[in-house]
Ligand binder design. Structure first.
Ligand code: SF4
Length: 93
């Protein structure tokens, strides 16, 4: 079971991505698979020293025989992540 961030505003998306949060792991915060800029060898387009989070998710889902879950399209989400985070924090206190 993946760790759930208490203030997660993304409906615990990590439950569908092998416990790996694509929002935290991807500089572009993509939730429906990798961008078109992924580098050879699976390195991130934005931060070359990092492995693309979607490669990690794919490997984890394949290991768990859950690749079918990757076909589920995630709904558009708010682009104001920090405002949502603060709003949720204030509502839960
Ligand atoms: S290469 Fe992967 S981690 Fe990097 S920005 Fe693109 S989708 Fe995100």
């Amino acid at each position: 079971m993946p760790y759930k961030f208490p203030n997660c505003t993304h409906n615990h998306l990590c439950e569908q991505t092998g416990g790996i949060c694509p929002i935290v792991g991807c500089p572009k915060e993509l939730v429906n698979g990798p961008c078109g800029g992924i580098r050879a060898g699976g390195k991130c387009e934005v931060i070359e020293a990092f492995d693309c989070v979607w490669v990690k998710i794919y490997d984890e889902m394949k290991k768990n025989n859950e690749l079918d879950k990757m076909l589920q399209i995630q709904a558009p989400r708010s682009t104001n992540f920090y405002a949502d985070l603060i709003k949720n924090r204030d509502q839960s206190s």
